[in-house]
Ligand binder design. Structure first.
Ligand code: PGA
Length: 251
């Protein structure tokens, strides 16, 4: 059985105090969600310290949304993987399409970030996904394959063992437009096949592959019902505790 995961990506939302309230709201409802679904909250750096204890007490894992591509030193404004790990985070979201698009993240940068994440004991949630024009041109398989080969294929088998992948079609993020469950299954199965080429079928079969992009309580059950969809990376709907938990209950 593969792990089932529902991960929130709060993006640049909430003050630290509001974040603690949101976390407490999720924690209060957690017992209503299936106990075999791992809940993760992906919070801004400024929130890591504040949510740490309440998250740990509730059995909710914490993720950062990015980390620096250097270990330490004169990199004004950056936050290192070591700093993140020292605040109790278990995960770091890397390669989100907003990072690739607005902050120029390339596979080269992401390889450095992945290495530093692992070196500091963080498990990456590595995001892949095509843009609308790429999907319309039928290039989505090639785009996603390249995003995997250039970054995930650089990992050791041991590192790969703790990786989480999130497939997020860029055209579905924050747009209200969701991939159909069939589209999600088709590309998730493709991703698992690509992973198997490098790491073997058994290892690929154990890797959680999450769907992201306008996932909400009303569509989560159908998407999660697909064989190769192991949960979701949730943006907008993760900012409402009831919705986030309702998505976890969709399994
Ligand atoms: P969304 O964002 O659920 O708001 O579409 C998903 C994501 O970007 O991780």
């Amino acid at each position: 059985m593969r792990r089932k995961i529902v991960a929130g990506n709060w993006k640049m939302n909430t003050t630290p105090a509001e974040g603690v309230e949101l976390l407490k709201g999720v924690a209060a409802l957690k017992s209503t969600a299936p106990s075999d679904v791992e809940l993760i909250v992906g919070v801004p750096f400024t929130h890591l310290c504040g949510v740490k204890d309440a998250a740990a007490a509730a059995g909710i894992a914490v993720s950062a949304q990015n980390c620096a591509d250097h270990e330490s030193g004169a990199y004004t404004g950056e936050v290192s993987a070591k700093m993140i790990a020292s605040l109790g985070a278990k995960y770091v979201i890397l390669g989100h399409s907003e990072r690739r698009e607005y902050y120029g993240e390339t596979s080269e940068t992401l390889n450095k970030k992945m290495a530093l994440a692992y070196a500091n004991g963080l498990a990456p949630i590595y995001c892949v996904g095509e843009k609308l024009d790429e999907r319309e041109a039928g290039k989505h398989f090639d785009v996603v394959r390249a995003q995997i080969e250039e970054v995930v294929f650089q990992l050791t088998p041991e590192q790969f063992g703790s990786l989480v992948i999130a497939y997020e079609p860029v055209w579905a993020i924050g747009t209200g437009k969701t991939a159909t469950a069939e589209q999600a299954q088709e590309i998730h199965a493709f991703i698992r096949g690509v992973l198997a080429e490098k790491f073997g079928a058994a290892a690929a079969d154990k890797t959680p592959i999450l769907y992201g992009g306008s996932c909400k309580p009303s569509n989560a059950a159908e998407i999660f019902s697909k064989a190769d969809v192991d949960g979701g990376l949730i943006g907008g709907a993760s900012l409402v505790a009831d919705d986030f938990i309702a998505i976890a209950k969709a399994f």
